[in-house]
Design a protein around this ligand. Structure first.
Ligand code: NDP
Ligand code: 2IT
Length: 444
C-alpha cells in the first residue's frame, strides 16, 4: 500500500467519529500524493505524514459558569496546538453548539497550511467550545469568557499560542477574554488578535477575511481575463466574513444578491444593503427576517437555498459542508464561473470534484480566507513593536499577501502538473514550507 494510503487508514482508525477531521486530512493527503510518491521512502522513514496529522498537543477542559437565573452551566473547552514548525500556534476560537474535538482538529489542521501560505511566521492551532452564544446576555457571555480563559491562560502567550475570533467570537468576546488574561497574568501583551483598537487591535482586522477573499478572487479573475466588476455574486452567511466579502465585492463593482444565516436566506435583486445587514447582524444581533422587515422588496426564504441562484461568482462564507453535490450541480447548471471559499471547508469533497471537473475556477478556504489570519499576524507585529499602522498600510499589505497567495498556489499547481487545480496548489505550497522546517528541527 502507498504511504499516503497507509497514513489515511491510520488517521481514520485512530480518530474515530471525527468525520470533518478525516475529510480535511483526506483532501490534503490526496493532493500531496505527487510530492510524497516522488520520495516515498524518505517521508515514510521520517514518519512525516504521521507527525503532521497528529497534533503536538490537544487540551480539553471544563468551563463552568453561572447563567442569569443563577443556574450553573458546564461546557467543554478545547485548544488544539497542531503544529509550531514555522511559528507560534495561531488560529481562532469557535463558540458554537456543534463544536467537538473533531471539528477543532479539522480547523487546526487546515490552519497549518493556511498560515504557511500567508508567508508569515505562524504555526497552526484552533480552539473553542460547545457554548452557544445565541440569546445570551452580555453578562453571561462575559461569565463564560472569563471561565474559559481561567483555564486557557496556562497554555497561551504572545510567543507560544495566539488565539483570535471565529464563528461566535468577535470583538466583544475577544475583549472579555483579553481582560481576564491580563488580570490573571499581569501581562499586557499580544496574546490575542482581533482586539479593539483602543487596546492593541489592528485597523482592518475586522474586515480582513472578507476583503482578502475578494482581493484573491479579483486577482484570480484578472488572471483569467476578467474581474469582479459587473459580476453577480452569491454569498452565504451573514457574519464577519460574509459582511465584509459583500462590502468589498460591491466596492469592486460587483452585485451581491444573497446572504444567509442558520434559519434562512435573503435574495435581494437590488444588491444586498450592507449598511442594513450590519445594523441587523452587528448591532441588533438579530435574524435575517429583520432585513426583510426593513426592506420589503427583498425575498426571505426559510432554510437553505443560496446556491440555487444564478450567479457568476459564489462565495460560501458560513460554515463547513454547506455546499454539497446538489448545490454544486445547481451552480454549474446556472453557469457559475468561480467559487472561492470564505469559510473553512464549506464545500464537500464530492462538490469540489464536481465543480473542478466542470471547469469552474475553485479556490479552497486555506488560500482564499487566509487574509484574516494574515492580518492577525500583522497585529502581532504591531503589538511587538508597540506601534499601530494606518488602515492604508495594513490594507495594502493584506492585498499584497492575497495576490501573492494566488500566484503561489497557481505556480505550485503548474509545477506539479496540475495547472488550475488550486486545491492541489494550496496544499502542496503550504505543506512544503512546513515540512522543510520540520525536517530542519529534527524528530520533535
Ligand atoms: P460569524 O459567527 O461571524 O458568522 C457565521 C455565519 O455563518 C452566521 O451568519 C451564522 O448564522 C452562519 N452559520 C454558522 N454556523 C452555521 C450552521 N451550522 N448552519 C448554517 N449557518 C451557520 O463567523 P465568521 O464569519 O467569523 O466565520 C464564518 C466562516 O469563516 C467559518 O467557517 C470560519 O471558520 C471562517 N473563517 C473566519 C475567519 C475570521 O477571521 N473570522 C477567518 C477565516 C475563516 P447564525 O448567526 O444564524 O448562526
Ligand atoms: O480560520 C481562521 O483563519 C480564523 N478564524 C482566523 C484566525 C486568526 O488567528 O486570526
Amino acid at each position: 500500500m502507498s504511504y499516503v494510503d497507509e497514513v489515511l487508514e491510520r488517521v481514520i482508525a485512530q480518530n474515530p467519529a471525527q468525520p470533518e477531521f478525516h475529510q480535511a486530512v483526506k483532501e490534503v493527503l490526496e493532493s500531496l500524493r505527487v510530492v510524497i510518491e516522488a520520495d516515498e521512502d524518505k517521508y515514510r522513514k521520517e514518519a512525516l505524514l504521521e507527525r503532521i496529522t497528529t497534533p503536538e498537543r490537544a487540551i480539553l477542559f471544563r468551563v463552568p459558569w453561572v447563567d442569569d437565573k443563577g443556574q450553573v452551566q458546564v461546557n467543554n473547552g478545547f485548544r488544539v496546538q497542531f503544529n509550531s514548525a514555522i511559528g507560534p500556534y495561531k488560529g481562532g476560537l469557535r463558540l458554537h453548539p456543534s463544536v467537538n474535538l473533531g471539528i477543532i482538529k479539522f480547523l487546526g489542521f487546515e490552519q497549518i497550511f493556511k498560515n504557511s501560505l500567508t508567508g508569515l511566521p505562524i504555526g497552526g492551532g484552533k480552539g473553542g467550545s460547545d457554548f452557544d452564544p445565541k440569546g445570551k446576555s452580555d453578562r453571561e457571555i462575559m461569565a463564560f469568557c472569563q471561565s474559559f480563559m481561567t483555564e486557557l491562560f496556562k497554555y497561551i502567550g504572545a510567543d507560544t499560542d495566539v488565539p483570535a475570533g471565529d464563528i461566535g467570537v468577535g470583538a466583544r468576546e475577544i475583549g472579555f477574554l483579553y481582560g481576564q488574561y491580563k488580570r490573571i497574568t499581569g501581562l499586557y501583551e499580544g496574546v490575542l488578535t482581533g482586539k479593539g483598537l483602543s487596546y492593541g487591535g489592528s485597523l482592518v482586522r475586522t474586515q480582513a477575511t472578507g476583503y482578502g477573499l475578494v482581493y484573491l478572487t479579483d486577482e484570480l479573475l484578472k488572471c483569467h481575463g476578467t474581474s469582479m466588476e459587473g459580476k453577480t455574486v452569491s454569498v452565504s452567511g451573514a457574519g464577519n466574513v460574509a459582511i465584509y466579502a459583500i462590502e468589498k465585492s460591491q466596492q469592486l463593482g460587483a452585485k451581491v444578491v444573497t446572504c444567509s444565516d442558520s434559519t434562512g436566506w435573503i435574495y435581494d435583486a437590488d444588491g444586498i444593503d450592507v449598511a442594513l445587514l450590519k445594523e441587523v447582524k452587528e448591532v441588533r444581533r438579530a435574524r435575517l427576517t429583520e432585513y426583510k422587515a426593513a426592506k420589503p422588496t427583498a425575498e426571505y426564504h426559510e432554510g437553505k437555498g443560496v446556491w440555487s441562484v444564478k450567479v457568476d461568482v459564489a462565495l460560501p462564507c458560513a460554515t463547513q459542508n454547506e455546499l454539497n453535490l446538489d448545490d454544486a450541480k445547481a451552480l454549474v447548471a446556472n453557469g457559475v464561473y468561480a467559487v472561492c471559499e470564505g469559510a473553512n471547508m464549506p464545500t464537500t469533497l464530492e462538490a469540489t470534484k464536481y465543480l473542478q471537473e466542470n471547469g469552474v475556477l475553485f479556490v479552497p478556504g486555506k488560500a482564499s480566507n487566509a487574509g484574516g489570519v494574515a492580518t492577525s499576524a500583522l497585529e502581532m507585529s504591531q503589538n511587538s513593536e508597540r506601534l499601530s499602522w494606518s488602515a492604508e498600510e495594513v490594507d495594502s499589505k493584506l492585498k499584497n499577501i492575497m495576490v501573492n497567495i494566488y500566484h503561489n498556489i497557481d505556480d505550485a499547481s503548474k509545477k506539479y502538473g496540475m495547472e488550475g487545480d488550486y486545491v492541489a496548489g494550496a496544499n502542496i505550497a503550504g505543506f512544503l514550507k512546513v515540512v522543510n522546517a520540520m525536517e530542519a528541527q529534527g524528530i520533535v
